[in-house]
Design a protein around this ligand. Structure first.
Ligand code: GSH
Length: 239
């Protein structure tokens, strides 16, 4: 019997960090429970029993008895930080090839995921919240684009890895900003970002984004129309 896995995420599934983990679990063919709650009013069972360290999502429990998500067992392992959880999933499901076997490719996967974290995550979140410019985000995307192989669908060749799981949630959300102009930024800025991404110099990025958005795991975990409704509600509350 495989160990139980429960993924904790925000109720709207808006978090790109939780989305990374969900993608990896889907790609690995893992059987898991998924439990969403309001991260702005966290239940005490979560803060006390699942992630007392940071209180953030995503968090994952692994092993222990099969319990309801709201009654986490002291016997399960508790994990947090999306990058750590991605590596863990790759280790638990080695046949998924989420991490390649040879050391050079493994290092490339980690380097790419680290570059996404350093150059795309913060500018994307800042721009979305109206705290940063789309130009800064474009700079980060150019850095990451520069790491893509000339050939091969994904970050490190033709196999989907945790590097792709780390990037895909941000690219899906970029698509949403561009198509709907929803976010904490000035009206029209999402469209401007979209226009800039249509430039010839982003052709490689667009090809990669398309490959990621076409994955079955992405189709199962990200519904653009539903996310637009969720974002409108979130940003209406914050304005
Ligand atoms: N570095 C963390 C970031 C996680 C994170 O920022 N989670 C946010 C949601 S997107 C959260 O839990 N916010 C609620 C809080 O900080 O209390 C990761 O990669 O897992």
């Amino acid at each position: 019997m495989p160990e139980q896995i429960t993924l904790y995420h925000d109720v709207h599934k808006a978090s790109p960090y939780s989305h990374k983990v969900e993608l990896a679990l889907l790609e690995a063919g893992a059987s898991f429970k998924s439990h969403g709650f309001d991260v702005y009013s966290k239940p005490s069972w979560f803060v006390e029993g699942v992630n007392p360290i940071t209180g953030k999502i995503p968090a994952l429990t692994y092993g222990g008895p099969d319990v309801p998500p709201e009654q986490p067992s002291p016997l399960s392992t508790k994990l947090t930080e999306s990058s750590v959880i991605l590596e863990f999933i790759a280790d638990v499901f080695p046949s998924s090839d989420l991490l390649p076997k040879d050391p050079v490719s493994r290092a490339r996967v980690r380097f790419f995921a680290d570059a996404v974290a350093k150059h795309v995550e913060t500018p994307a979140v800042q721009f979305l919240r109206g705290l940063g410019t789309y130009e800064k985000l474009l700079e980060g995307l150019e850095v990451v684009q520069g790491l893509l192989p000339e050939e091969g669908k994904y970050a490190v060749g033709d196999t989907f890895t945790i590097a792709d799981a780390a990037a895909a949630p941000f690219f899906a959300r970029l698509e949403l900003m561009v198509k709907t102009d929803v976010g904490g930024f000035e009206p029209g800025m999402g469209k401007k970002l979209g226009e800039a991404l249509e430039a010839e110099k982003f052709a490689r990025f667009r090809k990669y984004r398309k490959a990621l958005l076409e994955r079955e795991s992405m189709k199962k975990s990200f519904d653009l129309d539903q996310m637009e409704v969720a974002w409108r509600a979130i940003f209406a509350k914050q304005s």
